[in-house]
Design a protein around this ligand. Structure first.
Ligand SMILES: N[C@@H](CCC(=O)N[C@@H](CS)C(=O)NCC(=O)O)C(=O)O
Length: 240
């Protein structure tokens, strides 16, 4: 059994899609990052970087529970555990890892910063908005180019690179990314949305969001974007 300790953000959804695709037995344990639950001493034992997602595999390598943080590493682990979505052929395997790292190092962090400066920053900083919005559109262009002569991001097979990238790219319409300018990306995006596991993820993500919003009613949220406060919370929780 895989316990997914998480929220249905893009990084959380990657793991949900993988779990649905592989057919592993799993359950979602809600961790509200809005309420600061990522700083509880119990959660920090699973994820020392106070971020979701984390998993506990109750039957980890060598037997017994195994705990992991970092969504890219989790996808890699689940792919190796099940023998699915990470090709055996060496070239295809390294292609998959390159594009998984591309998502982890570029698509996630840049889209995340764009989202922050567009929607949550205390000040309206045009330079920061331009920097991250332009970079995000450039990354859609990289994906569109890559998908010009390949059905999937890593090549001819559906892999963890596709699973990692999809939840981050859902906001394409807001960035002006459409069929006319990014036809290959859009063909891939539609192929992703046609997958039953992806559809189940999207439905579940809405349900979990609603459940967590209800559980948070009447509780005071933390300011997740106050990095000084985050550092102090981590210090208090770990006693250092
Ligand atoms: N590289 C990490 C990033 C995880 C991450 O940034 N998670 C965010 C939500 S998507 C989070 O937990 N934020 C809470 C916080 O920063 O305190 C991964 O891919 O797992």
């Amino acid at each position: 059994m895989i316990e997914l300790h998480s929220s249905p953000t893009p990084n959380g959804q990657k793991v949900m899609i993988m779990l649905e695709e592989t057919g592993l037995e799993w359950k979602h344990v809600d961790v509200s990052i809005r309420l600061g639950e990522q700083f509880s001493p119990e959660y920090l034992k699973l994820s020392p970087n106070n971020k979701i997602p984390a998993i506990v595999d109750t039957e980890g390598p060598g037997g017994g529970p195994y705990t992991m943080m970092e969504s890219g590493a989790i996808l890699f682990y689940l792919a190796e555990k099940t023998g699915k979505f990470l090709p055996k052929d060496a070239r295809k395997r390294y292609d998959t890892l390159q594009w998984l790292m591309f998502q982890m190092a570029h698509v996630g962090p840049m889209f995340g910063q764009a989202n922050h400066f567009n929607n949550y920053a205390k000040e309206n900083i045009q330079y920061a908005k331009d920097r991250y919005n332009n970079e995000s559109v450039r990354l859609y262009r990289v994906l569109d180019n890559r998908l010009r002569d390949k059905p999937w991001i890593a090549g001819d097979e559906y892999t963890i690179a596709d699973i990692a990238t999809y939840p981050w790219t859902k906001g394409h319409a807001d960035r002006g990314v459409d069929k006319a300018g990014f036809p290959n990306f859009m063909r891939w995006f539609e192929a992703m949305e046609a997958r039953p596991a992806v559809q189940r993820n999207n439905k579940m993500a809405n349900e979990i969001r609603a459940r967590m919003a209800k559980a948070a009613e009447g509780k005071t949220p933390i300011n997740m974007y106050d990095t000084k406060d985050n550092a102090a919370r981590l210090s208090r929780a770990t006693g250092h």
